[in-house]
Design a protein around this ligand. Sequence first.
Ligand SMILES: NC(=O)c1ccc[n+]([C@@H]2O[C@H](COP(=O)([O-])OP(=O)(O)OC[C@H]3O[C@@H](n4cnc5c(N)ncnc54)[C@H](OP(=O)(O)O)[C@@H]3O)[C@@H](O)[C@H]2O)c1
Length: 284
Amino acid sequence: MKYAITAATGRFGIIAVNYLTKQIDPKDIVIIARNFKKAQKLFPNLTIRTGNYDRPNEISKALSNIDRVLFISSTVDGGEITRLEQHKNVVSALKRNHVSYVAYTSFTHAQNSKSSLANDHKFTENLITDSKISHSFLRNNWYLENETNFFKIGKDKKKAIYWTANRAGWALEREYAEAAVKVLINKDAKEIYEFSGSAHTYEDLGLALNQVLNYKCDIMRVTKENYIKYLEEQGLSHQNSEMYASFQNIIDEGSLSDTTNDLTTVLNHPLTKLSDGIKEIIIK
Ligand SMILES: NC(=O)c1ccc[n+]([C@@H]2O[C@H](COP(=O)([O-])OP(=O)(O)OC[C@H]3O[C@@H](n4cnc5c(N)ncnc54)[C@H](OP(=O)(O)O)[C@@H]3O)[C@@H](O)[C@H]2O)c1
């Protein structure tokens, strides 16, 4: 049985590969990456194949004689063509190679979400379903690492400042990656996993941050306009301040607030406490 992980040189991929090598014989693992040299440096003892999502023939060759694939979704600004086109190339390559199973990193409630971030994932899920390849959709909620700036500003300026009061199901990226591998190697995997931590607010994150720091930072909810102004006062351009503020839109619109216990069930252990997760992020 041959296992492959695509986009293996990103943060998610590296964690997943390292975890997979502890679960199965490394000889049965194929690393697929667009940058062969980078992959070689990261995984000197594993089989590596070049696989750029932009290049249909290359990704198809990379997936030959593979049984089970962890397909890590591309980055939004990934390459020369749209992410949608990239994902079409991958699904066509999976079909062409008669891969028996694919686990795809999707987006929380991809089929019903009103978030624009869900669009590519909904489309890719549909392509995979139509391909008739046996599959699991790993619908990941929010990475705690997405809030690194919130933690850093809280730590450095003693102000944990945010604008939305809504909730998200944050968990560490390494927890989603470990769960992805557990699903990949499980022959009885379910079709859909809604992976998330428990639902929390930024106020909860601020309180957890205060458990980590040896001083208390002010946890402050402000309007979106004042949040943008605050970031500008910290030296960010208006454009960047608006962009950072917009990252909370998805939480504000409620797209990440519906959580499940799928992640702890698959991991078969509790999730890292928020304060310990924050410690991991700001100490890195
Ligand atoms: N739920 C969330 O909160 C959340 C947050 C962030 C991201 N995500 C999703 O999770 C995925 C993995 O995140 P990450 O932290 O691993 O991102 P990352 O560290 O930026 O890694 C992205 C990976 O995609 C690869 N890649 C980019 N364009 C490619 C292409 N055309 N063909 C093949 N590979 C390509 C990169 O290759 P190189 O190493 O050569 O650059 C890298 O290995 C993201 O792509 C995104 O879909 C989810």
